[in-house]
Ligand binder design. Structure first.
Ligand code: 3SL
Length: 245
């Protein structure tokens, strides 16, 4: 059993040394936080798309009464979309009972790149504890390898994703003491230990966090930093993101 962290998705697809490979994809700012919030607001499913055109085409194929189109480019809601990528736009009054066609610059791309894993979960600070508890309850055999994938930004390292990955490493390793940590997993764990008591301060000072503040999304940072605020475990089922029950 190994726990590895990929600091950018560029190393994907990643093969497992053992039998079962479990991926946890993280894009704290903001795709994985928004996915968690949308599902806990009662969205039925999220369909990730690589491009704005693909998301729009998928949206048009859905039944008008249950469809919702969300996502961003350069952090901004696209023309004709119901919402951008702010988790605060995915409250129950907007998305309960809806199927969301969703595209973001990095998060949905990382999800597609992780497709070779046997199972793909979506992680963020908001669902750290609940998702690790669920994942461990389902995948604790010695032949499992965990790969935590940081979505990064434009193919580059994102500090906040690495810190969140470290939170997953710490909890997974605590619950699965036989697991062997890679060097990136050990480094991410150190970063989490350094920042876990001031996640808002961390997110406000990363490159992506500063850009979101400039765009007027400071509230999204507080939402994304609210560790363990949601009991939700999103995973990819075929081409759809749904909530584990
Ligand atoms: O890249 C992504 O997937 C987004 O989360 C980026 S943004 O926060 O909407 O700018």
């Amino acid at each position: 059993m190994n726990i590895n962290v990929l600091l950018t998705p560029s190393e994907l697809p990643h093969s497992s040394e053992n039998g079962e490979s479990i991926a946890i994809v993280i894009d704290v700012l903001r795709a994985s936080t928004t996915i968690c919030v949308a599902l806990s607001s009662g969205a039925t499913a999220i369909l990730p798309a690589l491009t704005v055109d693909e998301a729009s085409a998928t949206f048009l194929r859905l039944r008008p009464t249950i469809r919702f189109l969300g996502g961003e480019r350069k952090g901004v809601k696209q023309l004709g979309f119901d919402a951008g990528n702010s988790p605060l736009e995915y409250m129950p009054e907007s998305v309960a009972g809806k199927t969301i066609s969703f595209t973001t610059s990095n998060g949905t791309k990382a999800l597609k790149l992780a497709a070779k894993a046997n199972k793909i979960y979506i992680g963020s600070f908001v669902n750290l504890k609940s998702s690790v508890e669920y994942i461990v309850s389902k995948h604790s055999k010695a032949n499992v390898d965990f790969t935590i994938v940081c979505a990064g930004s434009g193919g580059q390292f994102s500090y906040e994703d690495a810190v969140c990955a470290g939170g997953f490493v710490q909890l997974l390793a605590k619950k699965l003491p036989i697991a062997v940590l890679s060097d990136t997993a050990a480094a991410a764990e150190v970063l989490f230990a350094k920042h876990k008591n001031n996640l808002i301060g961390l997110l406000q000072n990363t490159m992506h966090g500063k850009r979101l503040i400039e765009l007027g999304f400071s509230d999204d940072i507080e939402c994304a930093a609210d560790i363990n605020s949601l009991s939700i475990v999103p995973y990819v089922d075929g081409k759809t993101i749904v909530m584990a029950k």
